[in-house]
Design a protein around this ligand. Structure first.
Ligand code: ZN
Length: 148
């Protein structure tokens, strides 16, 4: 898989120094998602408060794409209201389904644009989306629990 070297560096930085990778014990929902085709695993804790992502933390093992993408995602959604976080999720999902035709809006996706090239490799898209799907699942579970 060939990605732009600058983008490779961004992914490597997040892989080596992942953000919010330290499970916080207080959460409104905890989810565990796996990507069997690659062996990636993510446990994600999320704290939803007053319609916002008040806390997010995770632990996981797997390839650099899955781990870096999860790290990038946590930075993007922390502190955002759920609607804004889901808009970012939508943009990223759209980018991953673009088959290499889109480069992503850096204003919205920030470091996540580094993963744009992954969309050319169908086998790796699940790696990139794993943390994001876990986030979506965790938010929906939180909403159920909080009755929102
Ligand atoms: Zn993977």
């Amino acid at each position: 898989m060939e990605l732009d070297s600058l983008y490779q560096q961004v992914i490597l930085d997040h892989y080596k120094n992942p953000k919010h990778k330290n499970l916080n014990e207080s959460y409104t929902a905890q989810v565990h998602h796996v990507n069997p085709s690659c062996g990636d695993e993510i446990t994600l804790n999320i704290q939803v408060q007053a319609g916002k992502v008040a806390g997010i933390s995770w632990d996981g093992v797997g390839c650099s794409i899955s781990q870096a993408s999860t790290s990038i995602m946590t930075e993007l959604v922390l502190g955002k209201d759920i609607d804004s976080a889901f808009e970012i999720l939508g943009e990223f999902t759209d980018l991953m389904q673009s088959k290499g035709t889109k480069s992503g809006d850096e204003e919205v996706l920030e470091d996540a644009v580094a993963l744009a090239g992954v969309s050319k490799f169908p086998a790796r898209i699940k790696c990139a989306l794993l943390g994001w799907m876990a986030f979506k699942d965790a938010v929906l579970q939180s909403k159920d629990k909080l009755g929102e």
